[in-house]
Design a protein. Structure first.
Length: 80
C-alpha cells in the first residue's frame, strides 16, 4: 500500500496482533483506529475503538508509541 502523504501528522491505521493468555493456546485480534503525532516528538497517540479478538471478545486500546524508546505505553478496556 503506498503512503498517501509523507508529512502527515495524523491518519488511520490497523492493529493486528497475537496474544497468549492463561488457559488458551493463543488468540488473535484486529481493528481499525487512528494515530496522531505528539507535537515536536517522535511519539504517536494511537486509538483503536474496537479490536475484535478471535475468542469473541472486543477490546478498546488507547496508548502512545515512542520511537526513541521503541516502546508502547497504553491501556486495554472492555468494548463489548
Amino acid at each position: 500500500m503506498p503512503l498517501t502523504e509523507g508529512g502527515a501528522k495524523s491518519g488511520t491505521c490497523t492493529w493486528l496482533g497475537q496474544s497468549f493468555p492463561d488457559g488458551s493456546p493463543w488468540v488473535t485480534g484486529s481493528g481499525d483506529g487512528t494515530w496522531e503525532q505528539v507535537e515536536g516528538l517522535n511519539r504517536w497517540k494511537l486509538s483503536f475503538p474496537v479490536i475484535e479478538v478471535s475468542d469473541g471478545s472486543r477490546i478498546r486500546s488507547e496508548g502512545e508509541l515512542d520511537l526513541e524508546t521503541r516502546g508502547f505505553n497504553g491501556q486495554l478496556f472492555d468494548a463489548s
